[in-house]
Design a protein around this ligand. Structure first.
Ligand code: 5GP
Length: 191
C-alpha cells in the first residue's frame, strides 16, 4: 500500500535495527483518514471471505481494528490483558510474550463474544516475532471459530513471525513489508 509506505518513509522513526516508531500517525496520535484507507484495502483483499468478526489485541491494535471493522460492517473484539483471576469456563485465555515490553501477559476473550459461528479476521498494527498473532490464533481455535486470515499494517519481514504463521497455512496480508531498517538508512521495503 503505497500511501502507507510513503507515510512510514516520511514520519517513521527507526530505533536500533528492529523497532519502528510510528507514534505520530498509528500508535499514539492516530490518523483516522489513513486508517480508513487501511480499512478499505483490507476489505478489498478479504472481499468475499464472509468476515463477521474482527479480533485484535489490546492496546495498539484497537483503534485500527475499529476503523477496519467499519469497512466490513462487523463488530470488533479485543483480547484483554487480564490481571484479575478469571473464573474458569467464562473466558478463552492464552499467554502472549510482548515484543515491546518483553513481559508475558495473559490475555482473555469472553466466550460471549466469540464462538463457532464466527468467521474471524485478525487485525494488528505490527507483526514481528508472531507472538501476538499466535495468541489470537489460539483463541480463535479454542472458540471453534473459522480463521479467515490476518491483516497486518506493518510486517517486519526480517523477523520470523510472518514466515512461521504462513507456514501453518494462515493467510497473512501485510500492507507494508519491511525488509530491513537502520537508524542511518531508514526503512527498506520488500517490494
Ligand atoms: P510480535 O508478537 O509479532 O513479536 O509483536 C507484535 C506486537 O508488538 C504488535 O502488537 C506491536 O504492538 C508490537 N511491536 C512489534 N514490533 C514493533 C515495532 O517495531 N514498533 C512498534 N511500534 N510496535 C511493535
Amino acid at each position: 500500500m503505497e500511501l502507507l509506505k510513503e507515510r512510514i518513509r516520511r514520519d517513521g522513526i527507526v530505533r536500533g535495527n528492529d523497532v519502528l516508531k510510528v507514534d505520530s500517525f498509528l500508535n499514539h496520535q492516530m490518523d483516522v483518514k489513513l486508517f480508513e484507507e487501511i480499512g478499505k484495502e483490507f476489505a478489498r483483499r478479504f472481499d468475499g471471505c464472509g468476515v463477521n468478526k474482527i479480533l485484535t489485541i489490546e492496546a495498539s491494535g484497537i483503534g485500527i481494528a475499529c476503523v477496519v471493522a467499519q469497512s466490513f460492517g462487523c463488530p470488533v473484539v479485543f483480547a484483554k490483558k487480564s490481571k484479575t483471576k478469571n473464573i474458569a469456563g467464562e473466558v478463552y485465555t492464552t499467554r502472549v510474550v510482548s515484543f515491546t515490553h518483553g513481559n508475558v501477559s495473559e490475555v482473555i476473550v469472553s466466550k460471549d463474544f466469540l464462538g463457532p459461528e464466527d468467521r474471524v479476521l485478525l487485525i494488528d498494527d505490527f507483526l514481528a516475532n508472531g507472538a501476538a498473532l499466535e495468541g489470537l490464533i489460539d483463541i480463535v481455535h479454542q472458540a471453534g471459530a473459522t480463521l479467515v486470515g490476518a491483516g497486518i499494517v506493518v510486517e517486519k519481514a526480517f523477523q520470523p513471525g510472518g514466515d512461521r504463521i504462513r507456514a501453518k497455512g494462515v493467510r497473512v496480508e501485510s500492507l507494508a513489508r519491511v525488509a530491513s531498517m537502520s537508524e542511518e538508512d531508514g526503512v527498506v521495503f520488500c517490494d
